[in-house]
Design a protein around this ligand. Structure first.
Ligand code: HEC
Length: 111
């Protein structure tokens, strides 16, 4: 009986965390749309900017990736992916940038 209860608790915890992650991803995707990120970016395809999957792959072993990318989104810049510059987004609150960076580093899943 106790095993079953523990098992059920484990399963529901897993489901809850899966659902929370899905909400986070959907919320981040919505923010990226609202902020216009998706005019120049796509999860899988290179547009004006690199695909977010390519960004996630490039930084997957870099410990300070989140800090580097946060600064890049805030201040803009060029030269990492080519000569086209990424525009600055210094009006976006830090909290929102953090959400976006976490999501981009996961490869920008829609859900
Ligand atoms: C006008 C087009 C444009 C918009 C809008 C835009 N980006 Fe970019 N982004 C770029 C380009 C071009 C690059 C490549 C810059 C480079 O080569 O250094 C880039 C690079 C990036 C990178 C990788 C940075 C690096 O140094 O490796 C991230 C992460 C990123 N953008 C996220 C975002 C997010 C989040 C938004 C919305 C808040 C956004 N971008 C809006 C064009 C854009």
């Amino acid at each position: 009986m106790k095993t079953i209860a523990t098992l059920l608790l484990g399963v529901s915890t897993l489901m809850a965390s899966g659902m929370a992650a899905a909400q986070d991803n959907a919320a981040a995707a919505g923010q990226a749309n609202l902020l216009g990120c998706m005019f120049c970016h796509n999860a899988k395809a290179k547009l004006m900017g690199p695909s977010f999957e390519a960004v996630a792959d490039k930084y997957k072993d870099q410990a300070d990736a989140a800090a580097v990318l946060s600064l890049k989104i805030k201040n803009g810049g060029a030269g990492v992916w080519g000569r086209v510059p990424m525009p600055a987004h210094n009006q976006v609150p830090d909290e929102q940038i953090k959400t976006l960076v976490t999501w981009v580093l996961k490869g920008a899943p829609p859900r």
